[in-house]
Design a protein around this ligand. Structure first.
Ligand code: PRP
Length: 220
């Protein structure tokens, strides 16, 4: 680590639904930077006074930056974190972005029981999580990795089911899909690079405590 790297705390924020929630939470503990916007063309936004650098990354890349130390800490959904299976520290549940991972099927083609779907095709953005889940049920499946609009899979005959996240349930309802198995709860997490956590322990630990205080206050 260079002397500059040591001075600054680099924070990876994900684009998308979690961006502004994360930005607002950090602002509450005094971690902010001018022009920190999701759509900024400038991808590293620095606050030299506070010695903070924000990196704005694609969601799935946040754990990659953190694992390799390109960012000291980051904010990421537990779903993406579980799927990425990276060697990082998970420090804090940030409470927002609550959703759950589940398996859903077309309502009108619902089979009697879960194991009736063994050896069928499942469309998902989360093949590792899905595989772990189906393996635990003793089911072999064919996994079709998709990058978005997973609900389309069964509608266009690409798969018999999906494994995806549900937040409000609107997407399932509007596409006549029904949840038939719960897999795991998820929400936004604060993660840290292992070396950074040791080298910048005081700063990161203070940040965790400050965030925790704000989160507890929000829940009162
Ligand atoms: C996620 C997820 C579902 C939807 C669920 O998609 O994949 O499609 O949100 O939310 P709901 O239960 O509130 O309807 P996202 O909007 O992240 O986009 P994507 O489909 O491109 O992954």
């Amino acid at each position: 680590m260079t002397a500059e790297d040591m001075q600054y705390l680099t924070i990876a924020l994900p684009k998308g639904k979690l961006f502004y929630l994360a930005k607002d939470l950090f602002a509450k503990v005094g971690y902010s930077a001018e022009n920190l916007e999701e759509k900024s063309r400038k991808l590293v936004i620095t606050n030299d006074e506070l010695k903070i650098k924000f990196i704005i990354a694609k969601t799935a890349d946040v754990p990659v930056y953190v694992e390799h130390g390109a960012a000291d800490i980051g904010v990421i959904g537990k779903d993406v974190l579980m799927e990425s299976d990276k060697d990082i520290y998970e420090l804090l549940d940030l409470g927002f972005g609550r959703c759950h991972l589940m398996m859903a099927v077309p309502k009108d083609k619902k089979r009697a029981k879960l194991t009736d779907y063994a050896h069928t095709r499942v469309a998902t953005k989360f093949p590792h999580i899905a595989k772990k889940f189906f393996n635990s049920k003793g089911m072999q499946m064919e996994y079709i990795k998709m990058n978005g609009s997973i609900e389309l899979g069964p509608i266009v005959g690409l798969s018999e089911s999906i494994v995806d996240i549900v937040e409000t349930g609107t997407t399932l309802r509007e596409n006549n899909l029904e949840e038939i198995a719960f897999i795991a709860d998820a929400s936004a997490r604060l993660i840290a690079n292992r070396a950074s956590f040791k080298l910048k322990f005081n700063r990161i630990n203070k940040l965790i405590q400050d965030l925790d205080t704000v989160l507890k206050g929000d829940n009162e």
